[in-house]
Design a protein around this ligand. Structure first.
Ligand SMILES: Nc1ncnc2c1ncn2[C@@H]1O[C@H](COP(=O)(O)OP(=O)(O)OP(=O)(O)O)[C@@H](O)[C@H]1O
Length: 245
């Protein structure tokens, strides 16, 4: 079976020489894959290419075996996306927002809006205007919209960014539940190493535009005790190599 998400030799360098270089990674069905890196490492650049908002200069990005560049519709057919903060019409209720989003899915099963409201814990607030929502509730609404098309893969860019601790925990639990109970494969970016340790099954570590390690979280914990220690170890290795080059 082909991987759910695959990058092979993906490169995009901006005129200022920053960007991402020769990234290859694989996400298999059932993974909660953490795409980890500090600010500026290149996560958003990859997320944009994966969702067709930018193009690589070299390499391939494939979703369910379809190339994002040449077979965009097929590649995205089973994918839900939440890139940075969810945008919603604040003067409408959550339900009205989802009704608007549902127009993009001509064959949506009846009751799907109720289902995604329930999945994201928004049913009790479905008729309230989004203007009165907390940031965490807005993120849940973004997830509800991403779930409308019954995706098999969710691509989430920094889904807990800007949330308070309670909001972060709620979103983390929601994502874990979607993977566990709905069997959805997750690819999420974050710069919180603790979040990766709590939530993910595999991790790809990005450093200055390069993937410096890809491994199961359990492997890294076995090697170094904590994910933070594993990350710092990888960083020292790379810096040591650079110093000797
Ligand atoms: N349009 C652009 N023009 C020039 N440089 C860019 C452009 N977009 C991104 N970069 C640079 O490429 C690098 C990677 O940026 P990117 O936004 O992908 O990082 P990130 O890991 O998502 O960081 P953050 O967590 O801060 O969003 C950064 O050094 C950034 O300054």
């Amino acid at each position: 079976m082909s991987p759910v998400l695959e990058l092979r030799g993906v490169t995009k360098i901006f005129p200022n020489r920053r960007g991402i270089r020769d990234i290859s990674l694989t996400v298999n069905r059932g993974d909660i894959y953490g795409f980890f890196g500090p600010n500026g490492a290149g996560k958003t650049t990859v997320m944009k290419m994966l969702t067709g908002l930018a193009r690589p200069q070299q390499g391939q990005l494939r979703l369910f075996g379809h190339d994002v560049g040449t077979g965009f519709e097929q590649a995205m057919a089973k994918v839900g996306v939440l890139i940075e903060t969810a945008e919603a019409f604040t003067y409408m209720s959550a339900r009205r927002n989802l009704e608007q989003a549902a127009r993009f899915y001509p064959r949506l099963p009846k009751g799907r809006i109720d289902d995604v409201l329930a999945l994201t814990g928004l049913s009790p607030y479905a008729h309230e205007k989004v203007a009165g929502y907390s940031l965490g509730m807005k993120q849940r609404l973004g997830l509800a919209a991403a779930l409308l098309g019954e995706p098999e893969l969710l691509i989430l860019d920094e889904p807990t960014n800007g949330l308070d601790i309670e909001g972060m925990v709620q979103i983390r639990e929601l994502i874990a539940g979607l993977a566990r109970e709905q069997g959805i494969t997750i690819f999420l970016s974050s710069h919180f190493i603790g979040e990766m340790e709590q939530l993910c099954s595999r991790i790809g570590i990005l450093h200055e535009g390069r993937l410096i390690r890809e491994a199961a979280i359990s492997t890294l914990l076995q090697e170094r005790g904590t994910l933070e220690a594993a990350y710092l170890h990888e960083l020292n290795q790379v810096r040591g190599q650079a110093a000797h080059a």
